[in-house]
Design a protein around this ligand. Structure first.
Ligand code: SPV
Ligand code: MG
Length: 573
């Protein structure tokens, strides 16, 4: 869009095209042939688009002989008009029939927001002017004048333009015939005359312009006399220059080179850096607007949920089975632990999943996830891993340990929580004597099924690092399972608290409970969702061995081979 001319831009497309035709400046139109190229033309700064018959037929892979039907052309124009707010002048060939077809064409073009049409005085079906032009029969001049009149009479927008294209020079009928026809078309109501030439020098065009003497705007297509300095057209009083086919030709040579290279080399590495990035295609498609609209209009509440999965560790006590892979890639009932977790997230529409890898991150299956790597994983803890991903945090996000299996309702209830921060605490685990278990949780109230629905908040979680706190002398209310839900409303506060912890000299050794406790100290209410079993962490070989049974029990009956009963009793841990 041309920001220099706001008044021009706010006018309708047809008014802008008409303004270009009648202005005393030399104006330019660039060819486009689909929505993408129409957008590219606009971004390059052009003020209008030429809907080239040659380019549109070529992108369909058919000949410029009216092989594409006129409705197929009009459908293509609709995509172009949607993709770009520029005025479009359609190359309407001969008008696709007689005066009646022109009337209908004009009405349909107006309905699709097309600013004007150019019709040429040849016979339907036409052939491109550069293919044996002299052999092509011209239309009867009076009949063509009738088409122009019919088109002008049927437009409902006074600014819709009809450009009459004179093919007399192409067909070898001479300058006098070209001038005679141009004058007749002007009198029939044409808003501009396109005078076409297939010579490599502009001489006949310039002679025509001299004789024409500004009776109506003149449009030219210098495809063949391309070496003429543009200043020459300006001095000749030309209204508009059409660069008629250069984007389809540019696309063609780029596609030929890339296809040839990939075929010969059987790899993408040679071409990747020289072609548009996939993200550039997304940008041209306006993919961001779609994401924003999704946030506004999708009612599911968590349509664009995100997750950060901490998966950097090899797994203490699991060294025997993690030589070649991190803990999260251990196979549980036939699929990696991480895949169980990812599938569980996807089931709750938590689709934007960032996994923070570390130890043997190269072995992580990245299908459906984004992988970031904590390069310092060997010397750092959970918060250092979280910090690797937290910069990209957007929207509602679940932070999860990577070694979890759980029943689906646990995640569903967590992500449905409206609280800025919420965690899952298992009230079946309250024995702090078990030294191998950390993450004990003290809450504002014990799990009490009778008080179902009451809000309970987290008061403290035992951390691997901290000195025993006063609260730890009391019996805990359960164990934090490793799931934290951060609503969009809490995101910046979480980032701020994490930022403060990052300033501590011992940050590299800090774990997730330290973050939860820091949030609590900062005055945040962390809502507790109690569960009673129904989940597993994989912390040692014994957990690993038993996780298969648990996982089988989560699978549909068919996949689980009927072993559903393992999980029927409740507490799993
Ligand atoms: C087109 O772009 O389809 C034209 C111009 O009609 S030309 O191909 O030069 O005839
Ligand atoms: Mg054409």
């Amino acid at each position: 869009m041309n920001a220099r001319e706001p008044a021009f831009i706010s006018a309708s497309r047809s008014a802008r095209l008409r303004q270009m035709l009648v202005s005393h400046e030399l104006e330019f139109m660039m060819e486009a042939h689909n929505g993408l190229s129409a957008r590219i033309v606009r971004e390059a700064g052009f003020k209008a688009i030429w809907g080239s018959g040659l380019a549109i037929s070529a992108q369909f892979g058919v000949r410029d002989n009216n092989e594409a039907s006129w409705t197929q052309v009009v459908d293509t124009l609709e995509f172009m008009a949607d993709a770009s707010d520029l005025p479009i002048l359609l190359d309407g060939d001969t008008g696709y029939g007689n005066f009646n077809n022109v009337r209908r064409l004009v009405r349909k073009l107006e309905q699709r927001g097309i600013a004007g049409v150019c019709i040429e005085d040849k016979q339907f079906p036409k052939t491109n002017s550069f293919i044996n032009g002299e052999a092509q029969p011209l239309a009867d001049m009076d009949e063509f004048c009738g088409k122009i009149k019919a088109g002008k009479d049927s437009q409902s927008d006074e600014n819709f333009s009809i450009v009459a294209r004179v093919e007399a020079l192409i067909a070898g009928w001479g300058m006098d015939e070209a001038l005679r026809r141009a004058e007749a078309y002007r009198q029939a109501g044409a808003d501009a005359i396109l005078i076409h030439s297939k010579l490599s020098r502009p001489d006949e065009i310039l002679e025509f312009a001299r004789e024409w003497a500004g009776r109506a705007p003149l449009v030219i297509v210098p495809t063949k006399y391309y070496s003429t300095p543009t200043e020459v057209f300006r001095e000749a009083g030309i209204s508009t220059v059409i660069w008629a086919n250069h984007l389809i030709r540019a696309a063609t040579s780029a596609m030929q080179a890339v296809a040839k290279d990939i075929h010969a080399s059987e790899t993408l590495v040679n071409v990747e850096d020289s072609i548009a990035a996939v993200n550039e295609i997304f940008r041209l498609q306006d993919a961001d607007e779609y994401s924003e609209a999704e946030d506004r209009y999708l009612s599911s509440g968590r349509a664009a949920g995100a997750a950060i999965v901490l998966a950097a560790s090899r797994g203490k006590g699991l060294e025997a089975v993690t030589e070649d892979r991190p803990k999260v890639m251990l196979p549980i009932a036939g699929k990696p632990l991480l895949r169980w977790l990812v599938d569980a997230f996807k089931k709750q529409s938590v689709n934007d999943i960032t996994v923070v890898g570390g130890y043997r991150a190269d072995a992580i299956d990245t299908a459906g996830i984004k992988l970031v790597v904590n390069e310092r994983h060997a010397h750092t803890g959970e918060l250092a891993s979280l910090a690797c991903a937290v910069g990209t945090l957007a929207g509602d996000t679940v932070v999860s340990y990577g070694d979890l299996l759980f029943r689906s309702y646990i995640l569903r209830d967590l992500v449905e929580s409206e609280a800025a921060f919420s965690v899952v605490v298992d009230s079946s685990l309250t024995d702090p004597e078990n030294a191998s278990v950390r993450d004990f949780a003290w809450c504002s109230a014990a799990d009490d099924r009778g008080l179902f629905g009451n809000k309970v908040t987290l008061r403290h979680v035992s951390s691997g690092q901290e000195a025993t706190s006063a609260i730890a002398s009391q019996t805990p209310h359960g164990r934090w399972v490793g799931l934290l839900n951060v609503r969009d409303t809490g995101r910046e506060r979480l980032q701020a608290v994490l930022g403060k912890l990052q300033a501590r000299p011992d940050f590299d050794s800090l774990d997730m409970p330290t973050l939860l406790n820091a949030l609590i100290e900062a005055g945040e209410a962390i809502e507790v969702q109690y569960v009673h079993g129904h989940w597993r962490g994989v912390n040692d070989l014994e957990d690993f061995r038993r996780a298969g049974d648990f996982a089988h029990a989560q699978a549909p009956f068919a996949a689980a081979g009927g072993s559903k009963t393992n999980d029927a009793s409740g507490a799993m841990q």
